[in-house]
Design a protein around this ligand. Structure first.
Ligand SMILES: [Zn+2]
Ligand SMILES: [Zn+2]
Ligand SMILES: [Zn+2]
Length: 329
């Protein structure tokens, strides 16, 4: 197999990715925007571009199961290939590209958005939340095209990529202006909130919890507090229950010491009275209940010495365990 043989495949795949991207940008620019297809096409573009970069390194890197893959099968499209998240991991571990946590989260935000629109098509997709998540995907694509695909691109391809980048720039600029304008409109409401969290739907620090979970930016207002807590953990803290179980970690949602509902999140980044994106994992962890709104820092709470549940009791034991202990005598 010659080197040019695989480089041809890689460029054909890049062209596919740019094609998807063109559709996505077109759908976003429509009035009203066709957000459903924009999300599907944007995620398709991201996935394909990641594969193209892997193929440039070696075609087997794009195959799900390297041992079972043959070049002829791969060329015929008969070989299962990696998904976007798996592809990002391989770009890091096998190609040596540094992918920041923010970049991986941006791709994952579009992946989740795509799943919501593709699987729950009957549910109205909120256009405000969709815009912000699509912008995160476009941010990733700009970086990826500029830094990972454009260098070493043949002249014809480089022109196509530059065209795509300028189209993205105009759509992205529009969305960013929309977000800034909307945040400015919400300023007094946001200032008046004493507890703001990052919203898993629109990624803005506009989620108020105390009087029922509600996002001031995109109007997300889940009626199931347990599901809301779980969506926050997946979307903002970027944990999946699958990974947590696999890595032997602890799922950060437990029973609330105040209301006893399974909606008490550990590691919730609280924004006190100001609009700040605080999804950074090294920021001080706090606790927030997505049911009753009870929130506190580590200093105010302890594990019950008997059952291990979080408790605010000053006796180092939760009320239930204290009760059991007392009634045993
Ligand atoms: Zn929101
Ligand atoms: Zn509670
Ligand atoms: Zn206890």
């Amino acid at each position: 197999m010659t080197a040019s043989g695989t480089s041809d495949i890689s460029w054909a795949v890049v062209e596919n990715g740019l094609d998807f991207l063109g559709h996505a940008v077109e759908e976003m620019a429509k009035s009203p925007a066709d957000n459903k297809y924009a999300a599907i096409h944007l995620f398709g573009a991201i996935e394909v571009l990641i594969k193209a970069r892997l193929i440039r390194e070696h075609w087997t890197l794009a195959c799900k199961n390297v041992d079972a893959a043959t070049l002829s099968g791969f060329k015929a499209g008969d070989v299962p290939t990696v998904d976007a998240m798996q592809g990002l991991k391989r770009l890091e571990s096998n190609v040596g590209i540094t992918i920041s946590k923010q970049q991986a989260q941006n791709v994952d935000a579009v992946r989740r958005l795509r799943n919501r629109v593709a699987h729950f098509a009957v549910v109205a997709i909120d256009p405000v939340a969709t815009k912000t998540e699509l912008a995160r995907g476009l941010d990733f694509v700009v970086w990826f095209l500029e830094k990972q695909i454009l260098p070493d691109a043949p002249a014809g391809e480089a022109d196509l990529i530059r065209d795509a980048l300028s189209e993205i720039a105009s759509v992205l600029g529009e969305i960013k202006a929309f977000v800034a304008e909307r945040l400015a409109t919400l300023k007094s409401e946001l200032d008046a909130s004493d507890l703001l969290l990052v919203c898993p739907r629109c990624s803005q620090a506009c989620l108020t919890v105390p009087d029922g979970t509600k996002c001031l930016f995109c109007w997300w207002s889940p009626d199931d507090p347990e599901a809301a807590a779980a969506e926050y953990v997946v979307g903002v803290l970027n944990l999946s229950s699958y990974e947590v179980i696999k890595d032997g970690g602890e799922w950060p949602v437990t029973e609330c010491p105040e209301c006893e509902v399974q909606a008490f999140v550990e590691g919730a980044a609280v924004v006190d009275g100001e609009v700040k994106r605080l999804s950074a994992p090294d920021s001080d962890p706090d606790f927030v209940c997505f049911n009753c709104g009870f929130h506190c820092s580590h200093g105010y709470i302890d594990r019950c010495s008997s059952c291990g549940m979080w408790t605010t009791s000053e006796f180092g034991m939760c009320p239930d365990c204290i009760h059991n202990l007392v009634s045993r005598d």
